[in-house]
Write a protein of this length. Sequence first.
Length: 430
Amino acid sequence: MSRNSLSLLLSGLLLSATLLWAEDPALGAKEDRLIVEAIYQDEQHNFAGAEALFLKLYALTKKTDYLVQAAKEAMLPGGQPEKVAPLLEKWIERHGEKLKDHRPVRMLVALYAKEKALEKAEPLADRWLVESEDPADLKLAATLKIDLGKYAEAVKLLQKAYARSEDERLLLQAVVLLDEKLHKRDEAIRLLETHLRLKSDASIAVYFKLIELYAKENRLDKVLELYKKLYEKYPQQYFLQKIVKLSLYTHDLDGLIALLEKHSRGNEELLYRLYKEKKRYDKAIALAHKRYLETGKPKWLAEEAILGYEKAKEEKKITPKVLKRFRKLFDEALKKGLDDSLYLNYYGYTLIDHDLDVKRGVDLVRRALQQQPDNSYYLDSLAWGLYKLGECAKAYKVMEKVIADQGLNEPEIKMHWESIQKCMEQDKAF
């Protein structure tokens, strides 16, 4: 028993003793001494000693509180249930149909269950606890039914107790029995779904249990839906990671984007990658521009340039105006220190392919190759630049490395190879 509980019990019992024995101070003083000693023994974990003292108090006063407390001590290590049980039986028999205080019944059922005397416990529970309105009675009766393997009866009792107390632990216990013992997973799922629909303050434990059941049924769309609801309530990275994985697995990128648009803070780069993946160019461009203003990092200028170009390419509207802005953004990024090989190659190849500044394009690609000398795509860009400069023999040698690594499966590489081969043939003809 906790110290707070003991203090409350001590105060209540001492007060009642004082009032009861007002005309017999000697008996009142004796009761007080026994109360103090019993509580002291309990705090010293001498539960058998505490039990014996509470039984003395019960014999002295016939107060039900002392009998119940003696039974509680008997349930603890070293307690002696065999001494309390007969007294509880007599108390129940004496009160009969007029019994209103269920505590002695509860304690006797618990003592029988502890001693594995389930055949004695069940009739008592069926008579006094099953029809009770008290959740504590119903929970104890359900526990007994579980010990007896009567899971369907236990579920009914737990549901009844839950309806009266709204204690989610009772609901979860019923759900476990439905799923694991009665093999009624659909019913278990319906219980949890109803609870979540009615209780906006449902605990995470309820969400996790329903997620577990949905996962067992491979209903990943429902699992994803619950993780989104959890993230709305508790914006934690753990939930977001689950959402991202499930969204990618179920190809629900649109749903993931919608969620991140509501919770973009701290998730901007993920949202940006999704915009790119779904080719939502306008939103991606706006976000890249915003990220540059927020961070000052030149890579976002390059990203904005690439997106503007890719959008125009998709729409088949690569105009001089588009290329002018593309170059302006990239040049500004380079001035601010951009030196990533990916961007260097992209800018260089575009300058080459559109004949904007082939020589500068080749220089940029060579810078990219200093960082990744064996990158086949960068080598392809270099070969194409050399071809545009009329250096076909050099282009041919570089392109041989590309073909050895990549083959001719990609249309652009195949086109470059064929163009360079024709150039070589023409050189030989002259």
